[in-house]
Design a protein around this ligand. Structure first.
Ligand SMILES: [Mg+2]
Length: 153
């Protein structure tokens, strides 16, 4: 996976599930309405973006490339094993999962302590879908920012 570089201190990171979340689960060929705008918003805010899929990191990369948003994604990761509670393990997904935001249509598959924006499942190409609206609102508002005094402006 590629995440925030070693030199990045507390860079905000968003981790997106792929199929059924930002890409339709039926054909995998349509980007969910609002997804590109959200990714552009996060990029403008210097938020790191990871696409994370049970189909594997390469599957996630192919989806992003096919849908022409790969330039807005910083890294790809695989949903690997599950823990004793049935939740996906977070190894090698993000440096600090506790400070990351996850977007997923199956939040029940994620550890309960994560910051998850649950979305409805995006089943098939639907230009009227608004499932990413809440994520879009979150994306536009800065999360916990570093102390002002520590920032170099
Ligand atoms: Mg999904």
């Amino acid at each position: 996976m590629v995440g925030p570089g070693a030199g990045d201190v507390a860079r905000e990171t968003w981790v997106f599930d792929v199929d059924g979340c930002v890409v339709d689960s039926l054909t995998g060929t349509s980007l969910r309405p609002g997804a590109r705008e959200l990714l552009e918003t996060l990029r403008a805010r210097d938020v790191a973006v990871v696409w994370w899929s049970a189909g594997g990191a390469e599957h996630a990369r192919r989806r992003a490339e096919h849908l022409r948003v790969a330039e807005l994604v910083d890294g790809y990761a695989a949903k690997l094993g599950r823990d004793a509670d049935g939740a996906y393990v977070l190894d090698r997904v993000v440096d600090d999962a506790r400070s990351a935001v996850f977007v997923d249509d199956h939040p029940e598959d994620l550890p309960a302590w994560l910051d998850v924006i649950a979305v409805s499942t995006y089943l098939s190409d639907n230009p009227h879908d608004r499932g990413l609206a809440e994520a879009g609102r979150r994306g536009r508002s800065a999360k916990a920012s570093p102390p002002t005094s520590a920032r170099t402006l």
